[in-house]
Design a binder for this molecule. Structure first.
Ligand SMILES: Cc1cc2nc3c(=O)[nH]c(=O)nc-3n(C[C@H](O)[C@H](O)[C@H](O)COP(=O)(O)O)c2cc1C
Length: 193
């Protein structure tokens, strides 16, 4: 519940290399298809490099007119998740498992973050001087969270677009449990024989 996508950070709270390496230390141990472990990571907690990475990202793309993150609310660290194409051409499930694990570990450490898939990849590749053998899969922004996020139930037919109210509270509609479960085979179900 605490691990929500965060888009407002305390820019005065620096992260250091050890914190970022600790998160990769956790991601290192997660499941990986065929145990290939094709993911590689660029870590940044350097303000100038953070700004470069930030400039390649689209935040809250589904909120019309979103003004972007002001400098005092920007993340203080980034993890760029790369896939070594020599090991696996595409490893999106591995990426998802690693990214979620990193964010859960970050939350445990009092941090917050956001996965970003909307990336100007060619620009980021050039900024990071990455070889073509490494695909840019995802960016994870990190920092001390100051965003206020509330979850709401979305009934069938309701919009699931997230939105911000006048007090900058971020609202995230989630589909209801009963609408997600397609079928249940219960030992108590009548006629289940
Ligand atoms: C694969 C993936 C890519 C995402 N890309 C972006 C992105 O480019 N920009 C952004 O602001 N949020 C991005 N998000 C965050 C989603 O918007 C967020 O997960 C969703 O609104 C639900 O909020 P929650 O994570 O707090 O449950 C991404 C999330 C995922 C899983």
């Amino acid at each position: 519940m605490r691990n929500r996508s965060c888009r407002r950070f305390d820019a005065a709270h620096p992260l250091d290399e050890e914190i970022l390496k600790g998160l990769i230390g956790v991601a290192r141990l997660v499941s990986s298809a065929a145990n290939l472990q094709p993911l590689r990571y660029v870590l940044s907690c350097a303000p100038v490099q953070n700004e470069r990475i930030h400039s390649t990202l689209t935040w809250a793309g589904t909120i019309p007119g979103w003004p972007g993150l002001p400098p005092e609310e920007r993340p203080t660290g980034y993890i760029v998740v790369l896939t070594d194409k020599g090991l696996k051409e595409s490893a999106d499930i591995d990426v998802g498992i690693a990214a979620q694990t990193i964010l859960l570990a970050a939350t445990e450490r009092g941090l917050g973050g956001c996965m970003l898939g909307s990336i100007q990849r060619a620009r980021l590749r050039a900024l990071l001087d990455l070889p073509e053998s490494l695909a840019i899969s995802l960016v994870i922004a990190l920092g001390r969270p100051v965003d206020e996020v509330v979850l709401e139930d979305a009934a069938p037919g309701d919009s699931v677009r997230y939105w911000r109210d006048g007090n900058r509270v971020h609202h995230v509609p989630k589909r209801r449990l009963e609408d997600l479960i397609y079928r249940v085979y219960s030992t108590e179900a009548a006629g289940d024989s």
